[in-house]
Every structure is written in structure tokens, then in C-alpha cells.
Design a protein around this ligand. Structure first.
Ligand code: HEM
Length: 356
């Protein structure tokens, strides 16, 4: 039977999960829909097979259900990962970042940060929909939204990590990868909590919830106020553009914002204020260029220094990297946790960077 575009899963591990679901699906209570199912190897000398379930059932409880199944019964067991288990996932991502240095400016770090941000930035505080709880970008409607062009590189980069630690949800994995990338690119410590659950394609958010780089601060306020942020927080978040670059085959824009796109610093703010920016003469969309022609700013970036309420924050962060790091860490935690129904018992963790 043909699959509708809306239900087409995007990742290979997800395809494997669906396949296994049809074969091994244990009978579950209705309040525990099996959203992700991965098969584990059959233990030798046993007639049962182990099936990991990480999905809505795992949300907020700090444990991930898996089932020891035989022909007639399915006995749920709970695997409760500890901070050490999550540190292992962190280390695996950090190891892959170090190893796979043949991408863009030498790191997948920036695109991992963008994946975590775009997974979280769909949140709508009125309807309480979207956000990192769901990882619905795995499905075609959301994965195909123009704003998400290129993020398949980040999702594919994380597939081997998901295969090695099948108990973690994609939603937790993507935000943890964002945390790892920021810390490994010499950014501040980002506290993180597990407890996100993967959702089905029906939970995909409508197109248009992420910011349009061609627009100014009225649009930025519409988008970020909808998530629950204020002006200071918008400016602090934009500092992530110290990292990475624009790609003509993704957004249409071209180039990096800073000279060190794989190290997090407050250079985005200092460059925004100190450089002479002019509109680039080219066939592409309107963007700004510095005199070396090596750097760029989006209209949405430049708008921050044309706005009376936002510019003072650009100036503060340009003067004080420590203040930027402190505020950036706080606001990224808020972003990655938008709409996540954590249980009170959910433990906040900090991970050791591998280069510390
Ligand atoms: C303020 C509104 C924002 C706009 C209009 C915007 C727009 C864009 C655009 C057009 C790109 C280039 C995509 C490409 O061609 O590959 C980009 C890249 C990026 N954005 Fe944003 N962004 C915004 C906010 C944020 C936030 C809040 C974060 C994270 C906290 C972020 C992190 C990044 C990163 C790390 C990249 C580089 C990705 C790469 O190198 O592949 N952005 N952004």
C-alpha cells in the first residue's frame, strides 16, 4: 500500500523501527502508544526477543520501557538511564564531531545546533504545540519545510548514535546533540534534562513557525514572542550566528557571519557593530557584506542594530563575552525545553566537554 507523503518517515533507523514494529509489536495499554520501536538482538539460549520502546511511554518518567517478549506475553521492563548513560551518548556525539571533520568549515557542530533549534523553535505557547518534544522533523511535511533545508545532514549524522543507544528518543538525542555541539565548540555549559518523547507525523507543525531571514524585528517579535521570548532573549539567541554559515542550496544566502565559524564567541555582536556593512551586489537574495567580502549578515541580523530596544543588548554582548555566555546558556536551556512536560523528578544534568 502506498504511503502518503504525510506519513513518510525520513530516517533509516525510523524505517527499521517501523519494520520491526509490524513484526514484534507487543500489545500495549492505549495510553502508551509505541512511537518508536527498535529490535535488540535475541539473547542467546533464550526463546524471547528483547524489544526496546522509547516513545510517549518514556515521557518524563526518566525510564525507557522495553519489553521481554515471548509468544504469549509481553512483560514490560523499565531501563532507567543514569547521568553516566547520557554522558556516554554525549561522548559518542563528541567523538563523531572530532572524527568527521570533512564537512563545511571542519565541523558538523553548527548544523547540529541548527537542528536542535529548529526542532524546538516551532513551539506555540498559546496552543502548546510544537517544540522539541516530538522530533516531528523526521517526517516529510516538516522535514520538507523550506526553513529545514539542509538539516538532513544533521539528522543523518546522528543516526549511528541512535543505533548505538536505541533507548534514547530522537527528541532527547537532537537537543542533547545541540548541547554537545555548543560545548565542544568552546561555548558555555548548557544544563540539560531528559524526558522528551517522539511523536507521530500527525503532530508535525504547520510551515511558517520559524523566522524568515529576509524580514525585520517586527517579524522576529511575532515569531519569538509566540514561543515566549522577550527582546533580550531574541538578541542572546541570535549570537548563535557566530557559528556556521549560509548555503545557497539551502536558504539561498551565502557565507559565514564570523571568521571562526566553529568556535562560539561574541564575535557576531562585535562584527555587527564594528564592520561597515553594505548590501551585496549579486543575483541572490538581499544580504549584507563586510569590506573583506568574506563575511555576511542577514537582513534579520542587521535589523537588530536598527531597533532601539534590541541594539543595547547587541552592545552589551559585544562588550562582555561572559555576560553573553551566561545569558546564552540560560536562553538555550529555555529554548530546548519549550513545551516539554518534564516530571518533577527529572534530573538536570551537565556534561563534561571532551576537551575540558
Ligand atoms: C533570529 C532569527 C533567525 C533567523 C532569521 C535565522 C536564519 C538562518 C539562516 C537563513 C541560516 C542559513 C541556513 C543555511 O543556508 O544553511 C541560519 C543558519 C544558522 N542558524 Fe539561524 N536564524 C535565526 C536564529 C537562530 C537561532 C535562535 C539559532 C540558535 C540558537 C540559530 C543558529 C543557526 C546556526 C548554528 C546556523 C548555521 C548552520 C550551518 O552552518 O549549517 N539561528 N540561520
Amino acid at each position: 500500500m502506498a504511503m502518503s507523503a504525510c506519513c513518510r518517515p525520513l530516517g533509516p533507523a525510523h524505517q527499521r523501527a517501523q519494520h520491526l514494529f509490524h513484526i514484534h509489536s507487543p500489545r500495549l495499554p492505549p495510553e502508551r502508544p509505541p512511537l518508536l520501536l527498535l529490535g535488540a538482538p535475541k539473547p542467546s539460549g533464550s526463546s524471547s526477543s528483547l524489544v526496546y520502546l522509547a516513545g510517549a511511554a518514556a515521557a518524563g518518567v526518566g525510564g525507557y520501557y522495553f519489553y521481554s517478549q515471548n509468544a504469549l506475553s509481553a512483560t514490560p521492563k523499565v531501563f532507567t538511564p543514569t547521568k553516566e548513560d547520557f554522558q556516554k551518548v554525549y561522548n559518542e556525539i563528541a567523538g563523531r564531531l572530532e572524527e568527521k571533520d570533512d564537512y563545511d568549515d571542519g565541523s558538523y557542530g553548527p548544523v547540529l545546533v541548527r537542528l536542535a533549534w529548529h526542532a524546538s523553535g516551532t513551539y506555540d505557547k498559546e496552543t502548546k504545540t510544537g517544540g522539541s518534544n516530538g522530533a516531528t522533523m523526521r517526517f516529510a511535511p516538516e522535514g520538507d519545510h523550506g526553513a529545514n533545508a539542509g538539516l538532513k545532514h544533521a539528522r543523518d549524522f546522528l543516526e549511528p548514535v541512535k543505533a548505538k543507544f536505541p533507548w534514547i528518543t530522537y527528541s532527547d538525542l537532537w537537543t542533547l546533540a545541540g548541547v554537545c555541539a555548543i560545548q565542544e565548540m568552546q561555548g558555555p555549559t548548557i544544563p540539560w534534562r531528559p524526558g522528551r518523547a517522539d511523536k507521530e507525523a500527525a503532530a508535525c507543525t504547520p510551515d511558517g513557525r520559524l523566522p524568515d531571514a529576509a524580514q525585520g524585528t517586527k517579524h522576529l517579535r511575532d515569531i519569538f514572542y509566540r514561543m515566549g521570548f522577550n527582546d533580550q532573549e531574541i538578541v542572546a539567541l541570535a549570537g548563535a550566528h557566530a557559528l556556521g554559515r549560509c548555503h545557497t542550496d539551502r536558504s539561498g544566502f551565502e557565507g559565514p557571519w564570523t571568521f571562526s565559524p566553529t568556535v562560539l564567541t561574541n564575535d557576531y555582536y562585535t562584527l555587527l557593530l564594528d564592520e561597515k556593512w553594505h548590501i551585496r551586489k549579486w543575483d541572490g537574495p538581499k544580504q549584507y557584506q563586510d569590506k573583506t567580502k568574506g563575511l555576511m549578515m542577514l537582513p534579520a541580523d542587521y535589523a537588530l542594530i536598527e531597533d532601539k530596544a534590541m541594539k543595547p543588548w547587541v552592545q552589551k554582548y559585544a562588550k562582555d563575552n561572559d555576560l553573553f555566555f551566561k545569558d546564552f546558556s540560560k536562553v538555550i536551556v529555555k529554548l530546548f525545553e519549550l513545551g516539554v512536560p518534564f516530571k518533577e523528578s527529572s534530573e538536570t544534568m551537565t556534561f563534561k566537554p571532551t576537551n575540558a
